[in-house]
Design a protein around this ligand. Sequence first.
Ligand SMILES: Nc1ncnc2c1ncn2[C@@H]1O[C@H](COP(=O)(O)OP(=O)(O)OP(=O)(O)O)[C@@H](O)[C@H]1O
Ligand SMILES: [Mg+2]
Length: 245
Amino acid sequence: MPPKFSIGMKGARLSRSAGRSGGRFITFEGVEGSGKTSQLSQSAERLRDLGWPVIETREPGGTSVAEQIRDVMLNRGNEQLTPLTEAFLVMAARAQHVEEVIRPALAAGIIVLCDRFADSTLAYQGYGRGLDIPSLRRLNRLATAGLEPDMTIVFDVPVTVGLQRRRAHREVNRLDMESVAFHERVRQGFLQLARQESHRVKIVNSGGSQAQVSNLVLELIEQVLQRPAPAHRRDQTGMRRSRVG
Ligand SMILES: Nc1ncnc2c1ncn2[C@@H]1O[C@H](COP(=O)(O)OP(=O)(O)OP(=O)(O)O)[C@@H](O)[C@H]1O
Ligand SMILES: [Mg+2]
């Protein structure tokens, strides 16, 4: 079997000694079955091979409390969940995750790769369910205390392809039971977010092979690693900690 990643110039440029220190926050977004989880674990493996400290985490979830909230959200029995309840649940999980896992990891200089984050709320609860997007943005800012990813990679694939890929391998959850039209609104939402915030949100066509997609992802991650880590983030974490005591 060919290796998952070719080590050539890309490996040299991405090696830890060639990069800059400090934590980085990269989120993986996209519709169901678009390849987020597979690409995230491949990127983590590759970065670790090159000597970078990496954690892999996901939303909703990433902590014990937030994983319990995830179970409520994805449970097929919870058909009665309203869009607003769903939004508050995901925000509650996010607040816990940011405070307990993401900020401490970034302050310790670790690369945090996160499977879904705040943009999923805008795409699913906003574009998908029709909740007010400016209100969701305010809630996101509250839940994250202003933390934004250094880069967000949106894996883009036609929704029917994504759903087929998923259904072939995983048990169906509450969101999978939504209509194709719902998932199409979500997909268009992600594309719209990429247009609005093109400096942060990058689209990767995930219709190709996993190896092709992972090469594109590594090129994007390389861009983030070559930039200095935002200094204000480390200061902010210090302030938050000292306030808490
Ligand atoms: N480029 C690809 N080509 C073909 N199959 C793929 C590709 N990427 C991922 N897959 C397969 O599609 C399925 C879904 O991929 P994955 O779980 O990574 O997607 P996801 O975006 O995390 O999905 P979900 O939103 O359901 O969590 C997996 O079985 C995976 O092996
Ligand atoms: Mg996944």
